[in-house]
Design a protein around this ligand. Sequence first.
Ligand code: ARG
Ligand code: ZN
Length: 897
Amino acid sequence: MTANTNKAGTESIVHCEDYAAPDHNVESIHLTFDLVPNQTTVTARMIVIPKDDRKSDDFVLYRDDVSMTYLKIGGKDSLPGQYAFVADKLIIHDISEPTEIEIQTRINPRTNLQLSGLYMSRNNYITQCEAEGFRRIMYFPDRPDVLAKYRVVIHAPKDYKALLSNGNLMEQGELLDGRNYAIWDDPFPKPSYLFALVAGNFVAQEETIKLANGKEALLQIWTEPSNQGKTDFAMQSLIKAIRWDEERFGLNLDLDRFMIVATDDFNMGAMENKGLNIFNSKCVLADSRIATDEDFARIESVIAHEYFHNWTGDRVTCRDWFQLSLKEGLTVFREQEFAADMLGTPSARAVKRIQDVRYLRTNQFPEDAGPMAHPIRPESYRQIDNFYTTTVYEKGAEVVRMYQTLFGKEGFRRGLLEYINRFDGTAATCSDFLTAMEESNGEDLSQFELWYSQAGTPRVSVSSKWDENEKTLTLTLHQSNRSFPGRAAPKPLLIPVSIGILGDDGKDIELQLQGEDNPDGTTRTLLFDQQEQTWVFENINSRPILSIGRGYSAPVIFDIEYTKDQLAFLARNDSDLFNRAEAFDRLTLLMIDQYILDLQKKGPNQGRDHIPVSEAYLFTFEDILNDESLSPAYRAELLKFPDENYIAEHRILIEPALVREVSDQIRKKIGTRLRATLEDKVQKMATPGAYRPNPIDAGKRALKHVCLGYLAFADNPKAIQQIRALYKTANNLTDQLAALKISVEASLPIAQELLNMAEIEWQREPLLMNKWLTLHSRLRHSREQRTVVEKIHALTLHGSYQPKNPNCIYSLLYAFFRSGGPEFHRPDGMGYQLWVNSVLSTDQFNPQVAARLARVLENWRRYEPSLSRMMYKALRFVNSHRELSPDVREIIENALY
Ligand code: ARG
Ligand code: ZN
């Protein structure tokens, strides 16, 4: 991290190496909540136990934005000298024996717009305590390595039907004054970040299931009454997740009751509070009218993710926040494996893998190449909330996946269960996980541990030489890792590289390494652990083509030079469905690069749209489109035109207007040249009958939409009619939304008409209106309308846009900033102006969300100079504000210095 001279100061940086265990444990905490919107009173009685090996008798509690009405120590009112407030801490002296401490705080949930701690969503009470929200409710050693047993009493107004907290419901009823109360008891000790409370007018869908261990469990999904009936899918997903964890890992639900609550006001996707998961409504509510195929898939995954945290996160938690990937990387991996198993077929699993890797490349690679780069186990931070990143989550999951690649599914399961056995009920570290894995598999993983401490995406350059006479293929791999100023030079990582070799018949060759007596399969995982390493394969009788990194066996960039013919060959023949897609992806990017070169040779006004798309490319495209042996979902995934951000990420200099021009032209040409085939597929991919969000139907819809998209870019009148009809006659949101997206992106004449219809149809449903807002982030400049920025700004005043609601901010502003198009990256800087205003105004009430907005410009150095200069100015302007939150300050300073 760079030196800090600003007011936040160097002392506000937390370093991993400074970890010190707490001097006191909290055995139990009894909390009583008197819920009043502007003045909630919270009373806590905790039993504090000093540790034998403590360094000090000072008991340290954290606080943030709470006031204390009293403090009792050992049952007596505290005296002035017994405690002290130091910055964000309350220190109680002389706790050298087990002591009861009682504290009462006052908080204001109504004005809590940060949505951290106890806040209100309409008239309902919700908590979010990860990472450091509990200290906004109660003075407490709010750190994940302090695990206590919780008992919670809630007092609330009479009309508050649902009064929920973690664990088991012990009692509920009416108080003498007519209000309601409930008492909850959580038998499992937990860190404060897993505490939760929900109170309000909610209704539940319930189901009782029998667990694998014979016990019964009550499952509940709570929503506001208006959302009743939209939880069936989530309930089915939860049951599937419970079954999967029983089968795959033998892990059972350990509570009599497991609850999920949906709320519209939430900073993130969802939260794994013990026994009481709280979800952003967009990650739970679904039916054919409000959710797309993608939403259904996402909901299934997020429900599973939070459920899986019950073991990987709750039963075994993190020692400190530097270990965040210990629970998040692992749980994302578990979620990905679950999703793949639910899909079943190899082709559907491949689609999921392709999507996950695309997500990694579009979002994590730029992070790892930019100013926020950090290892999956970061070394320092100013605001932990800024480190809930794609690096910690998705790259973290790739690192966990590598254990499974190295040890196989059985070995992985053994290691995971060993880890859980060793650390159940405690707070662990990433090294603990690694040790459990290596010891239960009898391997030394000391080099592998570097994945936890080295940032940057490794590059693996691949070269190979076929010796026709010797019939050998010599493969040489060379790795290079990003170095960071002021840090030790990076060391070579242990990289599992799964490979296959295709013969000229397109079939896999049996792989036999020099020195081996017999071949051993057609896909093998090489352990690449040096800077440079060579392998020799024997009995390679025909000219071979290498299939490198099958299944994406490591989160690296494989630099390998293929000819276009080789890529087309792999795209048709590779037995590894992931790498087959990979080959076509490389081919597409090569074609785009070539097109850009050709375009750059032309002047501004000379026939810029007369460049042909290579015939060979079109052939391969059409072949794949027609290949009935491939599932529609798989074909759709390969053939959909790459996202502008994805294209940009592959280029050295980012030029948004150029990327747009090229994307539009190429899509138009594909739509024109392959018209007949595309039209044929649109027809064949019909999904008559009732809507079902299953992967087969979803795949057909996806392919139909991809084809319609190309045809729309070619201004195909028949397609335009079909798109209009698709919107009007659809029995599901997936078709409707696709029709809208295509019309907006291809600037079809029907776009405005469809947007207007949707606005009327969707107005009563916040989740749908958020999608409607997002559609505007795809609006294009046109001659009449050069003013998308102004439109987006105007929409912040629309009746459906709630300015303090994170989902609205993400759907409209964040989506627009992240779209990466020339409408945001405008040459007059108006887009950046809107960004400045949005970051500053959001920071006034919700720093976490503001910091996410702020990150949009962090890679300003990679843009063409005229844009880059303006981005720099915008960043400087934000940084000149004295009142920035530490969250935004950290992002902006990282970006600038
Ligand atoms: N642990 C949550 C998950 O399942 C995310 C919570 C993020 N909270 C935050 N303040 N950044 O991934
Ligand atoms: Zn998580």
